[in-house]
Write a protein that binds this ligand. Structure first.
Ligand SMILES: Nc1nc2c(ncn2[C@@H]2O[C@H](COP(=O)(O)OP(=O)(O)OP(=O)(O)O)[C@@H](O)[C@H]2O)c(=O)[nH]1
Ligand SMILES: [Mg+2]
Length: 438
């Protein structure tokens, strides 16, 4: 895949700039800068300095005032920095103005995140999804400076239509590329849908592990199921969902899916592009929301995740909240406060295998409250239904009687219709749906 903007790979010494607007409440600028530093370092760019500046209102030309902008440019040049990274989103015009006047690379958080995703993408699906998000981001940012596009495609001036400028030709190439990526994504989405349908036929309940990047989602799936997913102290280690079967203590089987992590100011293009992947969360019976309790920003992380889930239409699902990494949380008072505030949440350390038993019990309870307890007698020639209930792992009791096979258990919603006519009258005693947990 050809690159539209490949500069972050060449730069090495970055100056980070956070902008504080007193009129706006929001994330703390110094915390956001710390997080931006972690994101930038993920790209192997060294963060030399971070600065927070205050503005009363945004300026159209540079986003910050002209005088301040020039002093930042001069400072960056004097210190030999080759890149300025804004935590705030810059419009294409503002980014151009900065680069034109400073003559060094100027990018924003969105571009950093897009670049991390691009580096991490491995499967065909992830590559196409990230490629599309990057193209959409780059289209309005193309200037004559990026004339290499058509050359890379082996075209050059001959590719241009009559009277078409180089910029127009570049834009046309990117637009064509966006259209073709969208088509490829559609094909991938359909394949994913078919795979999911196949999985749904096996009527197992499912849960998606969601949460902020680096919270320990993959580590949790590895710990529970022995999956071998890459879990590392890097942001966005996981881009592709992995699903594994897990046996709960009650004997109930559950499909668990690890998903891509979220971050503040996650580019909308990425959420849009990753919708196919994130649909795993939308179709799950419940969500396991993993948080890094050792991060002082954990409460903001909760809000971010809830916002993204809302955008995906998955925020009404029952949620099991899991505060992970209690082993490195030094602030006992903070931990206590969270425990009081989230009495139903599990506090665990995946690394030290602490609290996992209670979490697993919570998963069992949640599922049990969603399923319906019922008793049945199936005629011997309907052993196919008995087999389905066994496959779903929900059979508590089985006995052979003269008239057929007696079965008792918690029946998941998608099997209820199939087995309804064989139910013993009055045996159903629980119809509640999963309670929402905080
Ligand atoms: N101290 C401590 N570290 C943990 C714990 N659980 C996970 N980690 C570490 O946290 C880092 C991130 O873990 P991952 O499982 O990759 O996190 P993730 O949520 O899947 O991250 P992304 O895929 O990037 O969204 C790794 O270095 C883990 O070893 C824990 O309980 N305690
Ligand atoms: Mg992961």
């Amino acid at each position: 895949m050809f690159e539209v903007r490949d500069r972050p790979k060449m730069v090495q010494r970055a100056l980070l700039v956070g902008v504080r607007q007193p009129s706006r409440n929001g994330d703390d600028v110094s915390d956001m800068l710390l997080e931006l530093a972690a994101l930038v370092e993920t790209l192997d760019i060294e963060v030399m300095e971070s600065m927070a500046i205050s503005i009363r209102k945004p300026h159209p030309h540079f986003f910050i005032g002209r005088g301040k902008a020039h002093s930042i440019m001069n400072h960056a040049k004097a210190e030999n920095y080759d890149c300025i990274v804004f935590d705030h989103a810059l419009t294409p015009a503002q980014q151009r103005n900065w680069e034109k006047e400073s003559r060094i690379c100027v990018i924003d958080r969105t571009e950093v995140i897009l670049d991390i995703f691009a580096r991490r993408a491995q499967t065909r699906e992830a590559v196409v999804q990230v490629g599309l998000a990057r193209m959409v981001y780059s289209l309005p940012r193309l200037t004559r400076a990026w004339t290499h596009l058509s050359r890379q495609r082996g075209g050059g001036s001959k590719m241009r239509g009559q009277g078409e400028t180089q910029l127009e030709a570049d834009q046309r190439i990117v637009r064509d590329r966006i259209a073709s990526l969208k088509k490829r994504l559609e094909v991938i989405r359909n394949q994913r849908k078919t795979q999911r349908k196949r999985r749904m036929k096996k009527p197992l309940p499912s849960a998606a592990i969601v949460g902020y990047t680096n919270a320990g989602k993959s580590s949790l799936l590895n710990c529970l199921t022995g999956a071998n997913i890459l879990a590392e102290n890097k942001l966005f280690a996981t881009l592709d969902p992995t699903t594994r079967q897990f046996l709960l203590p009650s004997g109930q089987k559950l499909l668990l899916t690890d998903t891509v992590g979220f971050v503040r100011k996650l580019p909308h293009n990425l959420i849009e592009a990753f919708k196919a992947t994130l649909e795993e969360a939308v179709v799950a019976d419940f969500l396991i929301h993993v948080l890094d309790v050792s991060n002082p920003e954990v409460e903001r992380h909760i809000q971010t995740t809830m916002r993204v889930l809302k955008e995906l239409g998955a925020d009404e699902k029952p949620i099991l909240t899991v505060f992970n990494k209690v082993d490195i949380c030094r602030d006992a008072f903070f931990l206590k406060r969270l425990q009081l505030q989230y009495p139903k949440a599990a506090f665990v350390s995946v690394r030290e295998n602490r609290g996992i038993g209670k979490l697993v019990q919570g998963m069992d309870d949640l599922l049990e409250s969603k399923t319906v307890y019922a008793e049945f007698v199936f005629p011997f020639d309907r052993y196919d239904l008995v087999a389905q209930l066994h496959q779903a792992g929900c059979v508590k009791e089985e006995k052979t009687r003269d008239e057929g096979v007696f079965i008792a258990g918690h029946i998941p919603p998608d099997l209820r219709d199939n087995v309804r006519s064989f139910r013993l009258n009055g045996s159903e005693n629980r119809t509640s749906s999963i309670p929402k947990q905080s």
